[in-house]
Design a protein around this ligand. Structure first.
Ligand SMILES: [Zn+2]
Length: 261
């Protein structure tokens, strides 16, 4: 059976000498297909199986893994392959979305649209790539239900936090009053991270504001570092997400320091 589906390439692995196994994220979820001959440079499939390509994919399926017969590119996302930094971030974005997505047909169109928005933003460089990555992580955490209500104290549920501290053990912010109660506690597991006061509100807006309404986001280095550290804990300890490509990103950022503003 031949059928067409809209999709984005989220993984492409060489198989044998000339084939590739390609994982597509479709609006209905993940689909793995064999792309025969795609690793040969003259193959008509070669361009269409590159990471982050978005288009209409024609698949043939009888039983088992389907095969890819044609790709009509809608967005090649060439900009994501033009420099090492954006390529590394794009690979990370793909790994994250593949980790939280279900196999088709149990996937979610919401995930698909948010992912396409993340790639758009990374490619157009409306914000430095590390900022776009933090926004994407915040949205991923919400999708998997691993983010707290960022602007509410995890202890007393007070809203509108001022001078809050982040508790890595509890995965959320603690208000000034509650944090002072724990100030004398010497248990290292109870340690709190003092962060710039704007951080809870920024995380909340990253989580809920749609990509196209976020505008150009610029953060101070201190704020960006605090957000990065908090999201690392939420991703690793509360969502169980730590893609292999992640550790590579930190070394990449050192090569591109001017993009972290
Ligand atoms: Zn409190």
């Amino acid at each position: 059976m031949l059928y067409n589906t809209e999709a984005i390439v989220v993984r492409s692995i060489a198989y044998g000498e000339s084939d590739a196994i390609v994982t597509l994220l479709t609006p209905g979820g993940l689909v793995a297909v064999m792309a025969r001959g795609a690793k040969k440079p003259q193959s008509r499939l070669a361009a269409g199986v590159q990471l982050c390509v978005q288009g209409t994919f024609t698949l043939y399926r009888r039983s088992g893994m389907g095969t890819l017969s044609q790709v009509e590119m809608v967005n090649s996302r060439r900009g994501l392959r033009e420099d090492l930094q954006r390529a590394a971030y794009a690979a990370y974005f793909c790994e994250l979305v593949a980790a939280i997505s279900e196999e088709a047909p149990n996937g979610s169109e919401v995930v698909y649209r948010l992912f396409a928005g993340a790639l758009d933003r990374l490619e157009m460089q409306e914000s430095p790539p590390p900022v776009t990555a933090r926004i994407w992580e915040t949205k991923i955490l919400r999708l998997v239900g691993a983010s707290p209500d960022w602007t509410t104290c995890v202890h007393c549920h007070r809203e509108g936090l001022e001078n809050a501290a982040y508790s890595p053990r509890e995965g959320g912010f603690v208000c000034e009053l509650c944090a002072s109660k724990y100030a004398g506690n010497r248990d290292p597991g109870q340690s709190m991270w003092v962060t710039p006061s704007s951080v809870p509100k920024i995380l909340k807006s990253f989580e809920i504001v749609p990509w196209n309404r976020l505008g150009s986001v610029r953060l101070s280095q201190a704020t960006l570092e605090a957000i990065k550290r908090i999201l690392e804990v939420q991703l690793r300890d509360f969502a169980g997400l730590w893609p292999r490509s992640r550790s590579f990103l930190d070394s990449i950022d050192e090569v591109y320091p001017d993009t972290q503003e």
